[in-house]
Design a binder for this molecule. Structure first.
Ligand code: ADP
Ligand code: GLC
Length: 481
């Protein structure tokens, strides 16, 4: 039995702000339990829902030297299906009403604490993983600490590490002096071949230098991050480690996202019944959100963090023009204030046709995936993207920019060959996006049979975890031997 520990800052069903949580929560249970004992370790945040906190059981606690102090480390556990979750409890670091704060240096201190606590907890839990699978910058110090202060303890001998990049944009960067103080790492670690990044200290870079293997969440993003445009200053390192870097496409949980068994939607449907049933969900959503009730109008859905990454500047640039078309627009998301306000403004201006929902809601997100005709995702960059996979699963046709995982998962419509599962455009240009949406409108309004065949293909596409889980297993086997 190979023992694997996932370390991350979020995971469904305990806490989620984005796709990272979906991946960390759904991949472990897809790995073959006959060969892999996979466990997950997360921080215990005060802002977790009471219902999930109630599921956690206290295991033990100890004190750990950290940042010149003796810090409390509480350990809790909960089972989710077959998978054991552990939680690191420390109120000083993980209280507050949000998962992440706006202070970069505080974030570094919180997750440096978490990374050290994860390793310190293993002997206490009597769990020696063969491999620690680290996700994103928050866990970047784990491979570093493992090779540094934990290396002399035989318990840790031979533990392998994988660093998965879900988003290279976030690296955990601050000045060397402060980071050296917080982490306790000696000056020799802050050189350009290790944690130093343009004179600062970079936690993700540490993970990428010291991990035994690196993955990211789509083959195209794995190529893109070797270029200056997408490399976020680490393209040189990505090229240097190209032999250890692979892109493995994310999957989604086909039980949670299942149009025929979704408890959040009013009219469940499948690949056959969508022709009659899907539109009933649209009708209900129009009513719920106070939109004009019209079966025939094309509904464009968006469920997203409202950030530059997702291409919202393109949308804001042509939003007024788009609203002149025969479309309804439904948005669900939170994020940058200017985008929140932009959508509030258009909701006010075109009240019967635009609905801005500036909040986080699992339930509404499922309703939007099920009810919309088109799902818009014109990202500037997209390591993988799960929303377009959810849209495909619900027979909602994605309109995307050809980047990262969007390029790998949405096959552009070819009207001559009758192929494709969505619409895409190449350049980061607002009018190119608008032209593509308008092309989709023409097919939707004028060639309904073709549109429905596209839905057939979208719903038949398979982005469940099966294939990707096998690729992770192959990598684990190769590393652990
Ligand atoms: P990212 O991780 O970059 O935010 P992904 O497409 O990989 O993008 O994953 C986003 C996930 O977060 C999806 O499961 C999506 O449904 C969900 N999501 C984003 N914003 C909201 C929101 N406001 N309410 C509910 N779910 C949301
Ligand atoms: C990140 C990326 C997104 C990806 C998700 C899960 O948040 O922005 O593209 O799908 O991680 O890997």
């Amino acid at each position: 039995m190979k023992k694997i520990l996932f370390a991350a800052s979020e995971s469904v069903p305990f806490i989620k702000t984005g796709g990272l949580a979906d991946v960390v929560g759904s991949l472990p249970k897809e790995l073959d339990p006959a060969f892999y004992d996979v466990r997950v370790i997360l921080p215990k945040y005060s802002c977790m829902k009471q219902a999930v906190k109630d599921r956690m059981q206290f295991v033990t606690s100890f004190y750990m030297d950290f940042n010149w102090k003796n810090e409390y480390v509480g350990l809790l556990t909960a089972k989710e299906g077959n998978v054991t979750f552990y939680f690191i409890d420390n109120e000083y670091y993980f209280s507050g009403d949000k998962v992440y704060t706006d202070s970069p240096v505080w974030e570094i201190e919180r997750y440096a604490y978490f990374s050290k606590a994860v390793l310190s907890a293993l002997p206490v839990l009597d769990f020696r993983p063969d491999l620690i699978h680290c996700h994103d910058w928050q866990t970047g110090l784990i491979p570093v600490y493992l090779k540094e202060r934990f290396a002399s303890n035989p318990f840790f001998g031979g533990i392998k590490t994988v660093m998965t990049i879900h988003n290279l944009k976030f690296q955990g960067v601050w000045d060397v002096k402060t980071v050296a103080g917080i982490t306790g790492l000696s000056a020799s670690y802050f050189t350009p071949d290790k944690l130093e990044f343009h004179r600062d200290a970079d936690l993700l870079k540490g993970g990428l230098v010291y991990a035994d293997a690196i993955t990211t969440v789509s083959p195209t993003y794995a190529e893109e991050i070797k270029t200056p445009f997408y490399g976020e200053g680490l393209d040189g390192l990505m090229n240097a480690r190209a032999n250890s870097l692979r892109g493995i496409l994310n999957g989604i949980d086909y039980d949670t996202f299942n149009p025929s068994g979704d408890r959040y939607i009013t009219h469940p449907y499948d690949a056959i019944s969508f022709r009659k049933e899907k539109v009933k969900n649209k009708r209900d959503l129009q009513q719920q959100l106070g939109l004009e009730e019209d079966d025939k109008v094309m509904m464009i859905g968006m469920v997203s963090r409202l950030t530059d990454q997702k291409g919202f500047d393109l949308i804001s640039y042509v939003m007024d023009e788009l609203c002149q078309d025969a479309v309804q627009i439904v948005v669900l998301g939170t994020g940058e204030e200017r985008y929140e306000n932009m959508f509030r403004h258009f909701d006010w201006k075109y009240n019967s046709r635009v609905s801005a929902n500036i909040c986080y809601s699992e339930e509404l997100s499922h309703r939007i995936y099920a009810s919309s005709d088109v799902f818009l995702m014109p990202s500037l960059f997209e390591p993988c993207g799960l929303s377009q996979l959810m849209a495909l699963r619900y027979g909602t046709i994605p309109v995307v920019r050809e980047t990262g995982g969007l390029k790998d998962t949405v096959e552009p419509y070819n009207e001559f060959q009758g192929t494709g599962t969505g619409f895409s455009f190449t350049n980061y240009n607002a009018h190119e996006m608008l032209r593509t949406i308008r092309y989709a409108e023409r097919v939707f309004y004028d060639r309904k049979r073709e549109w429905n065949k596209m839905i057939d293909r979208a719903m038949a596409a398979d982005f469940s975890w099966k294939r990707s889980a096998e690729k992770y297993q192959e990598m684990y086997d190769w590393l652990i031997g």
